[in-house]
Design a protein around this ligand. Structure first.
Ligand code: SAH
Length: 221
């Protein structure tokens, strides 16, 4: 279970976080802006205090509604692929714990994040740390539809395993924009980086293999 009371970010936490950043560097993450942002967001705030000691291991944890907070490496990898610039308008599908949203906001992005689980959506609304970022807007809804009224986006990130690339999301990407989405089934997904070129041509690159919870249709109340 996530918990919502204000937590402390002690020297011990900061030390463990610095070690995690080194681990991510060792695993090949090169974008220093990503690493700096992840060093600034206390991951243990997003987990139950029972996990405080292990919050900085490179592993996923269960949160509410049987969902997960992704591995730090996965967060770093997807964020690096997005080539985030300050003031980028970013659509995120799968708010979950909002850890990824906070990393993006820390990098100066304007974040529009959709979650389909009501319980998680409501929980994050009361989470003290997210209030630090006025640039995160959250929506309860089905990510397959995207957010047509806020489109187009500079970047789109899907943080759940999708069975296919939703056409509606591609149409909400700006020319010159980047869309990162893991596509596959319950046995695993391949990370795709889809670029919409200025002439609207779509270029798809296949990246590494991952294991996400599924991207499901519709909302869950
Ligand atoms: N970015 C999250 C990872 C959460 S796991 C984090 O940093 O913690 C993936 C999330 O995607 C889950 O919360 C799940 O409920 C959500 N999800 C799955 N399908 C979805 C959909 N169609 N629309 C919106 N959210 C979805």
């Amino acid at each position: 279970m996530l918990q919502s009371k204000v937590q402390e970010d002690s020297y011990l936490h900061k030390g463990m976080r610095a070690q995690l950043i080194n681990t991510l560097r060792g695993k090949g993450i090169r974008d220093e802006k990503v690493l700096t942002a992840m060093n600034a967001v206390p991951r243990h705030f997003f987990l139950d205090t029972a996990f405080e000691r292990i919050a900085y291991e490179d592993r996923a944890f269960q949160i509410l509604a049987k969902q997960t907070i992704s591995h730090p490496y996965t967060v770093a990898y997807q964020t690096e692929l997005l080539e985030i610039k300050k003031f980028d308008k970013v659509l995120e599908i799968g708010t979950g714990s909002a850890y990824q949203s906070c990393v993006l906001a820390e990098m100066g992005a304007q974040v529009f994040s959709i979650e389909r689980q009501r319980e998680l959506y409501d929980y994050v609304g009361n989470f003290f740390f997210i209030k630090k970022y006025a640039t995160i807007k959250r929506f309860y809804g089905d990510g397959y539809a995207g957010l047509p009224s806020y489109a187009p986006f500079d970047k789109i990130i899907v943080t759940a395993g999708a069975p296919y690339v939703p056409e509606k999301l591609i149409s909400q990407l700006k020319p010159g924009g980047i869309f990162v989405i893991p596509v596959g089934d319950d046995k695993g997904q391949k990370m795709l980086r889809i670029t919409k070129e200025i002439d609207h041509k779509i270029v798809t690159e296949e990246m590494g293999n991952f294991d996400f919870v599924p991207m499901l249709e519709g909302k869950n109340s």
